[in-house]
Ligand binder design. Structure first.
Ligand code: OOB
Length: 545
């Protein structure tokens, strides 16, 4: 009989069962180090090397260590205490990294929201976390959005927020730059404590918070750095938001710092921002979400920037089409690494020495030998090897419960503590996983459930379709209509021709699209994945052609 799940601690962490905790410690996966103490160690080991480059900021390891200490002292002076939650909504700036380390040193818990979040998400997260402070930029150059206005709305909704700290012109609030005080002795948090709260990446429902402990997140960064072959000569470019797990710790900024490398922050993943940094800083590795990669491939054809330092392009966050994966080595002159990860924990990587075929078609295998995975059918029973099923997982850096979400937790985990991911996968004999879609990303058409992913893969084989999504639209007759939404390469196919094309590929008639819609761009989520919900909404506002 599986034992009942341990109850959440007052900090909101659902602990791992004692026997597994012992195992993770004995294997050295959990090593008792806090994230704040790690920065001290790195500063001792790599003192004068460049740790961080962001805009005008260039910080050595020693600078970063000192700046974090000074900010931690100032935050303590404001009355921010161990265990307090602080909402952080900063773009890719030096201030983000300094603040992150200041908070974890203090034992205060950063809630890492993304710059694209707005009042719906931030208001909810502020109330859920009962945050005592909210840290924002003034105005983002890219879109002119004024976060001080957002702060006003947040203060109305979340009475626990006592301080708004602004990187830039503070308006009526406090300037983050003013948070500077003589370093002082601060009690060190415990490595088993919650170090940070990540925001779940789902595109449906309200975001949930994921507690990550110091030592589980430290492992996440360190083991990822190892799998990516990072060392002191590595230069990582964070193009994606650093508040997202991928760019923060997979291996991201933290993994790079753990080996004495240089972390460079780009203001955006647009080639005109990223390419000059790759050239100037001799970037060796970076990470993108797949929708951005065709753009990089196109730009690399004419952009004069020298990208020859780049060794590895990590692709993750959503499925990388096989055809795009195959174009990367020639198009960008570097290897591709597929990363199938989740803020909840489990990370899968293709390895740098994997057969290129596996790298093109799979999304990697688990990072840690202690990651446990099961692929199950709708009844929770393991499927036959190689068959598609839902991925369940547990392990040393995978959550055991969302933060303050007892009702959701009752259905999001199995009785023996596996996280029910909602991802459909099949496992290759090598152990690599191929992602086949989401459990709920199906279109219910005339009583048949059609996988959106399956249709998308077929659509992408059409020579004039560059990007494709299959969405279900309400239909009184057959439940849902299957709508193919495409970004064409040049001239778009007609619906009739597309149906014929798919039929010739041997697709069953009930899987053929009822409707075809052409768009210039797909709406994207805060981190740049295709936002299916927004897409379906957009299309349902158009009248059928
Ligand atoms: C990453 O994390 P999240 O939390 O924003 O999103 C997780 C979900 C997964 O459950 C899966 O549905 C999808 O995003 N996903 C992929 C994928 N990587 C993530 N689906 C297909 N292929 C992939 N390679 O997205 C994330 C976290 C750490 C590293 C990389 C990505």
């Amino acid at each position: 009989m599986p034992s009942a799940a341990p109850a959440p601690l007052p900090s909101g962490l659902t602990p791992w069962p004692p026997d597994l905790a012992v195992c993770y410690r004995e294997k050295g996966i959990w090593n008792g180090r806090t994230l704040g103490a790690l920065l001290t160690e790195w500063a001792r080991a790599y003192g004068e090397s460049t740790a961080l480059v962001a805009g005008e900021d260039r910080l050595t390891y020693r600078d970063l260590d000192l700046r974090a200490d000074r900010m931690a002292a100032a935050l303590a002076g404001l009355g921010i205490r161990p265990g307090d939650r602080v909402l952080v909504q900063l773009p890719n700036t030096g201030a983000f990294v300094i603040l992150f380390f200041a908070l974890v040193r203090l034992g205060a818990v950063p809630v890492l929201t993304l710059p694209a979040h707005r009042i719906t998400e931030i208001g909810h997260l502020a109330r859920l976390s009962e945050a005592v402070a909210y840290v924002i930029p003034d105005v983002l150059q890219s879109d002119g959005f004024d976060y001080r206005e957002l702060a006003r709305a947040v203060l109305e909704q979340a009475p626990t927020v006592r301080h708004v700290l602004v990187d830039g012109d503070p308006g009526p609030y406090l300037a983050l730059a003013g948070l500077d005080a003589e370093p002082r002795e601060l009690p060190e948090p415990d490595a088993t404590d919650v170090a940070l709260l990540l925001v779940s990446g789902g595109t449906t429902g309200v975001p949930k918070l994921i507690p990550r402990t110091h030592q589980d997140y430290g492992y996440n960064a360190r083991a990822s750095a190892e799998v990516c072959g990072l060392d002191a000569d590595s230069a990582y470019l964070a193009c994606l938001p650093v508040a997202h797990n991928f760019a923060l710790a997979c291996p991201g900024v933290l993994g790079t710092l753990s080996v004495g490398g240089k972390a460079v922050l780009a203001p955006s993943p647009a080639p005109h921002d990223a390419f000059p940094l790759i050239e100037a800083e001799k970037i060796t590795i970076t990470a993108l979400v797949p929708p951005l990669i065709p753009l990089w491939l196109e730009s690399a054809e004419w952009d004069p920037a020298d990208l020859s330092s780049l060794r590895v392009l990590q692709a993750g966050g959503s499925k990388l089409p096989e055809e795009v994966a195959r174009r990367i080595p020639d198009g960008l002159g570097c290897a591709v690494q597929q990363v199938f990860g989740m803020a909840e924990g489990l990370l899968n990587y293709t390895r740098l020495d994997d057969d290129p075929e596996i790298v093109a078609v799979s999304q990697g295998r688990p990072l840690c030998p202690e990651d446990e995975i099961r692929v199950v059918d709708g009844d929770g029973v393991p499927v036959a090897p190689g068959q598609v099923g839902e991925l369940l997982t547990r392990g040393p850096y995978t959550l055991r419960g969302y933060y303050r979400a007892p009702e959701h937790n009752a259905t999001a985990f199995t009785a023996d503590g596996y996280y029910i991911s909602g991802d459909l996968v099949r496992q290759l004999p090598s152990g690599h996983l191929v992602v086949e879609g989401r459990v709920k990303d199906t279109i219910d058409r005339g009583g048949e459930s059609v996988s959106a992913e399956e249709i998308e893969n077929h659509l992408l084989t059409h020579p004039s379709i560059r990007r494709a999504a299959a969405v279900g639209l309400p239909d009184t007759g057959q439940g849902e209509q299957l709508c193919a939404v495409v970004v064409p390469d040049s001239a778009s196919p007609e619906l009739r021709e597309l149906r014929l094309f798919l039929m010739e590929r041997g697709l069953a008639a009930f899987k053929l699209p009822d409707r075809l819609e052409v768009v210039e761009h797909f709406p994207l989520t805060a981190v740049g994945k295709i936002d299916k919900r927004a897409l379906a909404q957009l299309i349902s506002q158009r009248s059928p052609a």
